[in-house]
Structure formats: C-alpha cells, structure tokens
Design a protein around this ligand. Structure first.
Ligand code: NAI
Ligand code: MG
Length: 359
C-alpha cells in the first residue's frame, strides 16, 4: 500500500528549501521503489493569507491521514502584528499537539568537512554524533494552572506548573532507549532531581524503563552539569533524554557545536512512529527570495523521515552519503561558506545532491 507524505512548504525560505528537498524525495522514491505518494497543504503565514487561520481544517485532516509530514518553516514579520492565537507559530504548535508528537529528535552531527565552523576547537568536536531526545508535548510548557495573577498586596505574579506523569516519562524513555539500541547503546537522562520533585519521578521511571534494555547503559546528569559537559567534552554523549524545557535549551546549545543551523534536521514522533520532519531553523525572512538558503537541513530531514518513520534505511543512508559527497566536492551555501570553497545557490546545492545520488 502506498504511504502518504504531506508536504508543508511554509513561509519565506520554506518553499525554496522544500523545492530542493522534494526533488530529492522524488528521486529516492523512484530509485528505491518506495511507493510514496506526496500531497501538499498550507500551514502558517501561507495559510493565514489564503484562509485566515494558521492551521486550516483541511491541513489537519490531511496531516492526520499521512504517514509522515515534511515541513519547511513558518513565520515572518508580516504576521507578527496578529493576535497570538492567529500567528503562524500557533499553526505549528497546534499540529504538534493535535498529532501528539511527543518525541523530538535533534541530532547534533558534525560533518568533518565543516569542522572549522564549530564554536569549539576541532579536536573537541571531531566525530561528534549525539542525539538529543526531548519530550515535546508535556512539562512546564503545557502544565496547568498557568498565568499572571495579582496578589492581595497588589503585586503581580507569574506562574507555570511543571508536571510529568509516569506514562509521559515512560513513553519518551522507551523512545530514547530504542534509539540508543541502534547507536552506541548509551542513554544519559538529564534532570534536576536535587531540586525538582517532578524530576525525582523522572529519574525513577527512567531506571524502570532501563530494565527492559539491559544492553543499553543508563546514566543520569543534572541539567546544569549537562550544559557544562556539552561545551566541555560533548563527545562523551550518545543519546541524551530530557524534558521539554531542558531539551529546548540543551538542543540549541548542541546545535552550535556543529556550526550551522542550515545543516540540522529534526523529527517529532508520535506513539506509532509517525512523525513530522523539519529543519531546526526558521523561515529566515532576511534571506528569503535571494536563492541563498541552505537546503541541506531539509534534505537531511527527508533522510530522517526515511529512517525513523518509513523504515527505509538504505534510502536514508544514500541521502546522507550524497550530502557528505557534495561537501567533499567543496560546495558551500553562504551560511557554511569560507575561504576557497565554491559558493553555490540553494538550487545548485539541491542539484548537486541529486547528481551525487545518481552517481
Ligand atoms: P531563523 O532560523 O529563521 O534565522 C536565524 C538566522 O539563520 C538568520 O540570519 C537566517 O538567515 C539564518 N538561517 C536560517 N536558516 C538558514 C538556512 N537554511 N540557510 C542559511 N541561513 C539560514 O530564526 P529567526 O530569524 O529567529 O526567525 C525567523 C522566523 O522564523 C520567525 O518568524 C520565527 O518565528 C520563525 N521560526 C520558525 C520555526 C519553525 O518553523 N519551526 C523555528 C524558528 C523560527
Ligand atoms: Mg528553541
């Protein structure tokens, strides 16, 4: 049976990078006989302009019927003046929570060809390959009650609630351990159990999950130490698993170790392994329409989709090898360009990946 992929180009550079990613997807679809059928829908600013809301019903219906979603990026200054619930980002958040995409995977992988772009010394990051598994639909970002209230003395007080239930911790734990099994078999669970009760429970449940994976090593680290270790000696990690807020912060820090936001893909998975795949960067309005955006993060998101949702590992590896090959050829978009390398446009980079795949 044919599997359905929903394409959401989004705003600004979104459609530019998506054009290249879809070319790559079309090619591997044919070459590896994947039997994927592609459909398109609107999300974010593009949806607001066409129908007044960031997440139209039609998009949600198509998303629910898809095996996987490939997203460019949404947002831009022209929609910033809208009310909060009508902004482009609400479309993305709405999709994540409607589809229960609780497991956010952010690999921080350093391509040896880009070692000089890292914020750390080359020897600290050479061969870096870590995977951050962030819980995405719970924790302090969603806990109730939340708000800003006025106290009896007239002073205002802001408050949020940090909650995780055992089942929420268990399912992100299982995801992290099963991913570690396909890698270096080490999970480091990040918490703040010396201060926060929520994460005392987090640690307990992670220990319980670990018993199902005797071949995978579990260690624990407090989040402040994890932040320090990520910039001191990042190669000590294989898989890091953590809650929503800690994961948000640690994954951005880890991203900088690899040099460019234009190279980083991500996945957000549901309980059945279906997922939404997107680059880590935003819609980059400052460079939109110039043909200079780096399409590789989106192309690598296609590879993640093939690996994690569609179970088409050879096709995923072919794309990853093609990306590595174009870097070996010395081709660089502006964001990763330096020195004597050959500077190429968005479409030239996409074409180079296609040629490498055909080689
Ligand atoms: P951004 O990631 O769009 O841009 C940050 C910087 O990185 C800019 O200088 C941009 O030119 C550069 N950049 C980003 N992607 C690039 C690429 N593929 N190639 C080359 N350079 C690239 O973040 P920013 O500026 O904070 O946000 C811009 C808009 O994107 C906002 O409306 C924001 O809300 C939205 N956004 C959307 C996200 C999503 O759709 N998942 C995630 C983050 C931001
Ligand atoms: Mg962030």
């Amino acid at each position: 049976m044919s599997r359905k992929i929903l394409i959401l180009p989004g705003d600004h550079i979104g459609p530019e990078i998506m054009t290249e990613a879809v070319k790559v997807l079309d090619l591997v679809n044919e070459r590896f006989k994947l039997d994927l059928s592609l459909d398109h829908a609107l999300l974010g600013g593009a949806a607001i302009d066409a129908c007044g809301v960031p997440l139209p019903e039609e998009t949600l219906t198509k998303a629910r019927a898809s095996d996987a979603i490939l997203l460019g990026a949404v947002g831009g200054p022209e929609w910033d003046k809208l009310e909060r619930h009508l902004r482009p980002e609400r479309g993305l958040l709405g999709l994540r929570s409607e589809l229960q995409l609780f497991g956010n995977l952010r690999p921080a992988l350093l391509y040896p060809q880009l070692a000089e772009a890292s914020s750390l010394k080359a020897e600290l990051v050479a061969g870096l390959d870590i995977l951050i598994v962030r819980e995405l639909t719970g924790g302090i970002y969603f806990g109730e009650p939340r708000g800003i209230r006025t106290l009896d003395n007239g002073e205002r007080q802001g408050y949020n609630t940090y909650v995780y239930s055992e089942s929420e911790i268990r399912r992100i734990g299982h995801l992290a351990f099963s991913l570690a099994r396909q890698r270096d078999k080490r999970v480091c669970s990040v918490d703040k159990s010396n201060v926060l009760e929520v994460t005392v429970l987090w640690r307990e449940v992670m220990e319980e999950v670990a018993r199902d994976y005797p071949d995978v090593e579990l260690t624990h680290m407090y989040v402040d130490n994890a932040a320090m270790q990520l910039v001191r000696a990042p190669k000590q990690f294989d898989v890091l698993v953590t809650g929503n807020m800690f994961g948000d912060i640690l994954s951005d820090a880890a991203a900088m170790l690899t040099g460019s936001i234009g190279m980083l893909p991500s996945a957000s998975l549901d309980q059945q392994g279906r997922g939404m795949y997107e680059p880590c960067h935003g819609s980059a309005p400052d460079i939109a329409g110039k043909g200079i955006a780096n399409p590789l993060a989106t192309i690598l998101s296609v590879a993640m989709m093939l690996r994690y949702t569609l179970n088409e590992v050879p096709a995923a590896e072919a794309i990853e090898q093609a990306v590595s090959a174009v870097l070996d050829q010395g081709l660089r978009t502006a964001d990763i360009h330096s020195g004597d390398y050959q500077r190429v446009s968005t479409s030239e980079m996409g074409e180079a990946v296609i040629r490498a795949l055909q080689a």
